[in-house]
Ligand binder design. Structure first.
Ligand SMILES: NC(=O)c1ccc[n+]([C@@H]2O[C@H](COP(=O)([O-])OP(=O)(O)OC[C@H]3O[C@@H](n4cnc5c(N)ncnc54)[C@H](O)[C@@H]3O)[C@@H](O)[C@H]2O)c1
Length: 266
């Protein structure tokens, strides 16, 4: 990214998107301007100046964003990711989409051939850069996530009845590749661990629903070559996201404004 003040395109105006918009527009010291805001439901962004609103996401190139940030749904990357990367850097927050190996290759290919960058925000994963630094060393990497049942979206996993979960219940234990399609809106942090570390097939994911929890608890462990890392993070939930995710996401957007290309952890 070369512009003095980075132009940011914001997709999604929910919990995280509205926070990022508010911060970028009220804190000039962040060094960013809003190139556009797109939301599927236009009514939600009625407070955004008309000239900033992008009605058709297919018209994104007309706004000349330096960095496009997806804060909406994995479908955005599926539909527009390759196109975005032809002209702009791209930071998807909905990382579960990278479990689709074909799409992952297409996105990386588009970034490489265009000299643009895919930024992987660390989100809920404290120490993601350490997982990346030790990538050659790790024999095992795992993520165990415990969430309040109310924070889980069961739309892609009808085999579970959330009403019937009355105590701590293990919903999944297996590869990160396999959990992503089951809970695409809830296990983005698992995908971040896989992307930063040893990949979707070799990373072990565990998801636990607990109706008595008010917070999301994430425990990440990496072991190999005599090195051991254990990180635990607990965070109150709003909808599908944790409150600390807001500041983490904003900080990642700030880091993404530094020059670079390829796929980068930030
Ligand atoms: N990487 C991480 O660690 C991490 C952490 C938290 C959330 N997330 C992901 O970030 C995204 C945003 O989170 P949030 O808490 O702000 O969600 P949210 O539900 O509060 O807001 C999402 C917004 O996107 C819009 N939207 C939904 N589907 C859409 C679609 N297909 N096309 C266009 N717009 C669409 C909704 O109308 C809403 O305004 C979610 O996908 C969430 O799973 C990632």
């Amino acid at each position: 990214m070369t512009a003095e003040r980075a132009r940011i395109g914001i997709i999604g105006f929910g919990y995280i998107g509205s926070y990022v918009y508010e911060q970028v527009t009220t804190r000039p010291e962040l060094g960013m301007d809003v190139a556009f805001v797109y939301n599927r439901t236009p009514g939600r962004i009625s407070a955004v100046p008309e000239e900033v609103i992008l009605e058709d996401l297919g018209d994104f190139a007309s706004r000349q964003a330096d960095l496009i940030v997806e804060l909406a749904h994995p479908d955005i990357s599926r539909k527009y990711g390759v196109e975005f990367l032809r002209t702009a850097d791209y930071m998807p927050m909905s990382l579960t989409v990278f479990a689709d190996a074909e799409l992952d290759a297409q996105l990386r290919g588009a970034a490489e051939s265009s000299g643009t960058c895919i930024y992987i925000p660390h989100g809920a994963i404290v120490g993601l850069e350490a997982l990346e630094e030790g990538r050659q060393m790790w024999e095992e990497v795992s993520i165990v996530m415990k969430k309040p049942t109310r924070s889980l979206d069961f739309a892609n996993s009808p085999q579970f009845d959330p009403q019937a979960i009355d105590s701590e219940t293990v919903l999944f234990e297996g590869s990160t590749r396999d959990i992503c399609p089951l809970f695409p809106r809830n296990v983005n942090s698992h995908a971040a661990v896989a992307l930063g570390g040893i990949g979707f097939d070799d990373t072990r994911s565990v998801l636990v629903a607990d109706p008595s929890l008010e917070t999301s608890i994430i425990e990440v462990e990496a072991r190999g070559g005599g090195v051991e890392i254990k990180v635990r993070r607990e965070n109150p939930m709003v909808g599908v996201s944790g409150v600390f995710t807001l500041v983490a996401c904003l900080a990642s957007i700030g880091r993404a404004c530094a020059p670079g290309s390829g796929l980068r952890i930030c």
